[in-house]
Design a protein around this ligand. Structure first.
Ligand SMILES: Nc1ncnc2c1ncn2[C@@H]1O[C@H](COP(=O)(O)OP(=O)(O)O)[C@@H](O)[C@H]1O
Ligand SMILES: [Mg+2]
Length: 275
């Protein structure tokens, strides 16, 4: 990933001006995402999400962890209205409903676990330009955004490449660029480090740490979460069972074990050193 900073990544970018800011979180920053008593089940199945209540403030970096099947992906899919359950999701004061998905998705960008779910056009340029074109931006602006987005993920010069011929790591980076190109203020990542090599993983971590956006990252990679997040939420059986600072949550061996997780190596070392 390139080291260039992403333009317009400031906290206020893209905020609808006519709306009053929702109330403030503990950080003193406005709440940009609120999940209210969310419940969901897939058709024919039992409950997958139950009674989820969360408030996420602007520029928070939230890690969502939990063993396989805990409901992480299902929760993320509610945050930009791909799925809708009972209860509600509010993005910058806007209730997520079928009628305002366009406005919601301008604010919330979801990077799927599998880049093949994100990339659907034959050429890299077309995939990355899709979002900005949908925003109705002029042609030159679309091209400039595509260039910047590809540069931000270290894929400059790949505009004319065929999407299907990219390596897995390249696909993941282009998938991220498709979201960056429409410049949402809230970025959501599902298992972003899956299939990345160590260098790509480190570059992604550094990129996220430089970002001024609100970040929500669901991951099995607890070391990555420990290095990035300032808040960790543990899901188990579709419920939030813990929510707090990374040291308190990921460093709690008993909690981690109850939830089928392992304490990150980095934190373990830290705890040992402190003793
Ligand atoms: N499309 C689907 N249809 C039916 N059940 C699903 C579907 N996707 C996920 N599930 C079920 O929902 C539960 C939560 O899955 P998921 O949200 O993928 O969890 P996680 O991302 O934490 O592994 C699991 O029991 C899973 O089998
Ligand atoms: Mg998942």
């Amino acid at each position: 990933m390139g080291s260039s900073s992403w333009p317009n990544s400031g906290p206020s970018s893209g905020r609808p001006r006519h709306k009053a800011e929702p109330s403030e979180g503990a950080s003193g920053r406005p709440i940009v995402l609120e999940i209210k008593n969310l419940g969901f089940h897939y058709s024919g199945g039992g409950p997958v999400l139950q009674g989820i209540n969360l408030r996420i403030a602007e520029r928070e970096r939230v890690g969502i962890v939990g063993q396989n099947g805990a409901g992480k992906t299902t929760l993320l899919l509610h945050l930009n209205g791909i799925l809708t359950g009972t209860g509600g999701v509010v993005v910058r004061g806007m209730e997520v409903t079928r009628g305002n998905l366009r406005s919601v998705r301008r604010q919330v960008g979801l990077v799927f676990q599998n880049p093949d779910d994100q990339l659907f056009l034959p050429r890299v340029f077309d995939d990355v330009a899709f979002g900005p074109l949908n925003l109705g931006l002029p042609r030159e602006e679309v091209r400039a955004r595509v260039e910047r987005a590809l540069e931000a993920v270290g894929m400059q010069g790949s505009m004319d490449r065929s999407t299907v011929q990219l390596s897995e790591g390249e696909k993941k980076r282009v998938a991220l660029a498709t979201v960056l190109a429409y410049d949402p203020s809230i970025l959501i990542f599902d298992e972003p480090t899956a299939n990345l090599d160590p260098k790509q993983r480190r570059n992604l971590l550094e990129w996220m740490r430089r970002s001024e956006k609100t970040l929500i990252v669901a991951s099995h990679d607890l070391d990555f979460v420990a290095d990035l997040a300032d808040r960790v939420i543990v899901l188990q059986g579709g419920r939030v069972v813990a929510d707090g600072p990374p040291e308190g949550i990921l460093g709690d061996g008993a909690l981690m074990e109850r939830c089928g997780l392992e304490r990150p190596r980095g934190l373990g070392r830290e705890t040992t050193r402190l003793r």
